[in-house]
Design a protein around this ligand. Structure first.
Ligand code: UD1
Ligand code: CA
Length: 449
């Protein structure tokens, strides 16, 4: 059995924020969310999160974790003690800090495999870094691991050591509980250090392994918004390169923002300044033009999106949208639809082959196939108090600058004259003209004087 303990009771004061540190986001996923997803992908049986101040925010965001409270912030070892009641004597426990969102499943798996294969009671993870300042140092004697010494407790000889503690550990559950029961706070910070558990176990003749990671990048910790930015850049590079290797062209890797859960098909091209978030799935052979934002949308194959916003909607194949259009939540667009410039669509279905090429608003409408919206059409869905539904059946032609006052139905094949304000249902194949006739006052200008 494998359980995980996430330490997230720190106050995160250096973020200078009303939002808890671990709830800050890289793209649209929280710092803690990345770690939880990694742990879930490793099939750990339980995730125990140790939380302190503002823990309601965390508990609301992740209701399916097990929570242990640390009311006083007395150190990482003290935080781990708070989780001890949730641990059995059997199995293993991964302990990690809640502020390392770049950690990967492969990385934890490698550490855990090393732990199992070595049969260790505890395994820590180290990395060699150029600037070890601030980290716990890995102290060895003739190459053999002895202990971890924190920055504030380090002697000058210890302080120059470049092998640091990354803060990811595997323990046998029983030995972790034993070591926690022996911790003291006899150190520079008067804290209970989790790092002391290694020395305690070695002194009690248990074994400790050190997994030396290839790079420190996966363990990058976030304490400030500058570090949040640095981590975002690393995550951005990882995500964008993953898509590139899967056959997506990203013209500017450093100026394209794709969330971790987005999928994109082969031969799609992403132009600079694009932001794609949430559970978005984009098909093959699409072109996502500059400065588009797409969130929680499903987009088919061969679509062209130019400088537009698409939120929580479903778009068919071979659809063209934009420039400067806004597809608001709950829209379903069929195949071969053309939405041109300055068009807003809200909570509407649009059938195959329908076109709204310019300056149109469509709200709360059920729109059929092969309909042409003339420039400046407005679906008037709101009377100031209530919203109403408009139904437009297949093959309707709507002349420019028409208003469709909801609720109203325009039946199949009908034709609406330009400039009409349609208040009544239009029958099949009818022509509706709803505007004042033109009046001509001949030579009016001449008589004016
Ligand atoms: C810790 C390690 C250090 C390591 C470094 C890696 C200890 C004593 N030191 O130092 O060896 O090199 O991480 O980044 O463990 N936390 C609690 N309750 C507390 C204190 C901390 O839950 O009372 C949580 C924090 O929310 C944070 C994590 O533990 O997620 C680490 O705490 P932090 O104070 O950042 O430890 P470091 O000083 O960075
Ligand atoms: Ca830290």
């Amino acid at each position: 059995m494998l359980k995980a303990v996430l330490l997230a009771a720190g106050e995160g004061t250096r973020m200078k924020s009303k939002t808890h540190k671990v709830l800050h986001k890289i793209f649209d996923k929280t710092i803690l969310g990345y770690e939880i997803d990694v742990l879930k992908s490793l099939n750990v049986s339980e995730i125990i999160a140790v939380v302190g101040s503002c823990s309601e925010q965390i508990q609301d965001t992740f209701p399916d974790l097990i929570y242990a409270m640390q009311n006083e912030r007395l150190g990482t070892g003290h935080a781990a003690m708070m989780a001890a009641d949730h641990l059995d004597d059997e199995g293993d426990v991964i302990v990690l800090y809640g502020d390392i969102p770049l950690i990967t499943a492969e990385c934890i798996k490698a550490i855990y495999d090393y732990h199992k294969e070595g049969g260790y009671h505890v395994t820590m993870t180290s990395a060699i870094v150029e600037n070890p300042y601030g980290y716990g140092r890995v102290i060895r004697e003739n190459g053999t691991f002895k202990k971890i010494v924190e920055q504030k407790d380090a002697s000058p000889e210890e302080a120059i050591v470049k092998e640091i503690n990354t803060g990811v550990y595997c323990y046998k559950a029983k030995e972790l509980k034993y070591a926690l029961s022996k911790l003291d706070n006899n150190n520079a910070q008067k804290e209970y250090y989790l790092t002391d558990t290694l020395e305690i176990l070695l002194k009690a003749k248990y074994s400790a392994g050190v997994f030396v990671a290839d790079s420190a990048e996966d363990f990058y910790g976030i304490n400030t918004r500058v570090q949040l930015f640095e981590a975002t850049k690393i995550m951005q590079k990882r995500i964008n390169e993953k898509h590139m290797l899967n056959g997506v062209t990203i013209i500017d890797r450093d100026n394209t923002y794709i969330g971790p859960d987005v999928t994109i098909g082969e031969d799609t091209i992403i132009y600079p300044g694009v932001l794609i978030e949430g559970n978005t799935a984009i098909g093959k052979d699409c072109e996502i033009g500059v400065n588009s934002r797409i969130k929680d949308a499903v987009i088919g194959n061969e679509c062209t999106i130019q400088s537009s916003i698409i939120l929580n909607s479903q778009i068919g194949n071979h659809v063209s949208i934009g420039p400067f259009s806004h597809i608001r939540p709950d829209c379903v667009l069929g195949d071969n639809v053309k939405i041109g410039d300055f068009v807003e669509i809200k909570k509407s279905t649009i059938g195959d082959g329908t076109k709204a090429a310019h300056l149109t608003y469509i709200g709360d409408a059920e729109v059929g196939k092969n309909i042409n919206f003339g420039c400046g059409t407005v679906v008037v869905n709101y009377d100031g108090k209530h919203k109403y539904k408009t139904i437009i059946k297949d093959n309707v032609f709507i002349g420019c600058n028409s208003n469709l006052l909801s609720p109203v139905t325009v039946n199949e094949g009908a034709y609406i004259a330009a400039g009409s304000t349609i208040t009544d249902d239009v029958p099949n194949n009818a022509l509706a003209i709803a505007r004042a006739r033109q009046v001509l006052k001949l030579d009016w200008k001449l008589k004016e004087k």
